[in-house]
Design a protein around this ligand. Structure first.
Ligand SMILES: [Zn+2]
Length: 175
């Protein structure tokens, strides 16, 4: 985790969409998890790779303690939330861990499932889709459960296993 001297600081926990949207903050610390960086690398459009790498360098990669990952999983099954990927679960766990250590975590995400879980855990959320967005994003659907990937996001269920589909950005263009 971070140096105790940073306690009380705002910690922005960035998901894949936050990094692809180019979220930056002038104050506080930006963190993410390894799975998000992998999604950015393999889901992002090649021409934007350099820019993404720059953002990536600004976010510290954190591995959450297993204890917090389990707290998130337990709560997910209690409330019946099935729309979270491994990356999302880790981001929530990271936010909870920072909260317990008296930092002020803010999850930055465009995803409704992660926003919903953050609300349940009383963690602040920055809903990036509603901020001043300077890029257009093309989305694809994928299944967090069986890894099915489809072309267009319809907000529906996975045709293979029935889990609720998620979406992730695949390419970007300037407005
Ligand atoms: Zn599926």
């Amino acid at each position: 985790m971070l140096d105790p001297i940073d306690t009380g600081k705002r910690v922005y926990v960035l998901d894949t969409s936050a990094i692809l949207f180019g979220f930056t903050s002038i104050e506080g610390i930006q963190v993410t998890c390894r799975e998000v960086i992998e999604e950015v690398k393999f889901g992002g459009a090649a021409p934007y790779r350099a820019e993404l790498m720059k953002n990536e360098a600004g976010a510290k990669i954190i591995e959450p303690s297993q204890k917090y990952v389990e707290i998130v999983r337990k709560k997910m099954s209690e409330v019946g939330e099935v729309g979270l990927s491994e990356a999302d679960i880790k981001l929530l766990a990271i936010a909870l861990e920072f909260k317990d250590k008296n930092f002020h975590p803010v999850i930055v995400s465009a995803d409704y499932s992660i926003q919903n879980m953050a609300l349940i855990f009383n963690v602040n959320v920055e809903k990036i889709i509603h901020r001043g967005v300077t890029r257009k994003i093309k989305w694809i659907s994928y299944c967090p459960s069986c890894k099915w990937v489809g072309g267009v996001f319809k907000g529906g269920r996975c045709p293979r296993c029935g889990a609720r589909l998620k979406r992730r950005p695949t390419s970007l263009s300037s407005k």
